[in-house]
Design a protein around this ligand. Structure first.
Ligand SMILES: Cc1cc2nc3c(=O)[nH]c(=O)nc-3n(C[C@H](O)[C@H](O)[C@H](O)COP(=O)(O)OP(=O)(O)OC[C@H]3O[C@@H](n4cnc5c(N)ncnc54)[C@H](O)[C@@H]3O)c2cc1C
Length: 263
């Protein structure tokens, strides 16, 4: 019989945490020991659809969901004891260079979630992590407490100055890249932010990886919905090197919606 390589699994919801007015964290009664930071799940809500969600922790398996539409809205209705179906782990993970001693993670909005997982794994491997977290305003910051448990230092920035330094993540990232010995940089969040971080790292000759979000349908390289720069975000990414991401004409500029229209 043919081996099924991408089965759907179902797990019970253990805990739901309200992070803020639009983000909830969902912790499942299951571990995914093979999952690596940067990988994602295709989370299926019967009748609503299937959407990629970054893995925030593999043990216990945890995702964080911003309520912006159909599937995310349904996930926000979940209560402890409810069920979540998913495929994964899928996609390429972040790479930490051998002999790295200190890495920098830069997260914007719910992009902080996979950064926690990366910092946790770095810490298990005795690598220090510095984190820069950016948000529009204080109430948009998520997973701050979790980051403090795994990072050496955490720096917060908000666009309106309601928490941490006023402004975006770039100035803080630049200060750290120029002032400390950082072996590599990782960014996840709004694409313009990632583009700026990628360019900064290229200027300073520091290896950098970014996690690119595109509209996905199959998650396994079959349908082509998440094409970007001749690559498929689901199987060639979502993690790309700064060089590769910056070579994509659409990176930081345009997305495609469910119909494939450029937006
Ligand atoms: C690799 C990867 C990892 C992801 N990780 C996460 C994650 O950890 N947490 C998470 O919440 N989402 C994550 N997403 C986004 C997620 O997969 C969905 O796109 C999002 O939840 C919207 O799906 P929906 O069915 O709720 O909305 P839809 O019904 O498809 O869209 C409703 C409306 O919301 C808009 N919209 C879609 N996405 C967003 C968005 N991110 N912000 C604002 N408006 C949006 C659409 O353009 C549309 O107008 C990830 C995407 C990728 C590709």
């Amino acid at each position: 019989m043919k081996k099924v390589t991408n089965p759907i699994r179902t797990a019970i919801v253990r805990k739901v945490v309200d992070e803020n007015y639009r983000v909830k964290t969902i912790e499942l009664e299951c571990d995914l020991p093979k999952a690596l930071p940067g990988q994602f799940l295709m989370v299926w809500v019967p009748g609503a659809g299937e959407k990629p969600m970054s893995i925030g922790n593999s043990n216990p398996l945890t995702i964080s969901v911003a309520n912006v539409g159909k599937v995310s809205g349904e996930l926000h209705e979940l209560k402890p004891g409810g069920m979540v179906s998913f495929r994964g782990p899928l996609g390429k993970p972040f790479n930490i260079p051998e002999r790295a001693k200190c890495i920098l993670v830069v997260g914007g909005g719910y992009g902080v979630v996979p950064m926690y997982f990366l910092a946790k794994v770095a810490r298990e491997n005795k690598i220090d992590t510095l984190a820069v977290v950016g948000a529009k305003t204080a109430k948009d910051i998520v997973w701050e407490k979790q980051l403090f448990t795994v990072c050496k230092e955490v720096f917060i920035t908000t666009d309106d100055g309601t928490r941490g330094m006023k402004g975006n993540v770039l100035a803080e990232a630049q200060r750290l890249i120029e002032g400390k010995k950082i072996d590599s940089v990782y960014a996840c969040g709004p694409e313009r932010m990632m583009e700026a971080v990628a360019r900064l790292c290229m200027q300073h000759n520091v290896p950098c990886e970014v996690s690119v979000e595109r509209y996905m349908k199959c998650g396994v390289g079959v349908c082509g919905s998440c094409a970007i720069g001749g690559k498929l975000c689901c199987v060639d990414g979502p993690v790309f090197s700064a060089q590769e991401a910056l070579s994509f004409p659409e990176f930081g500029k345009a997305h495609r919606d469910a119909s494939g229209r450029r937006i």
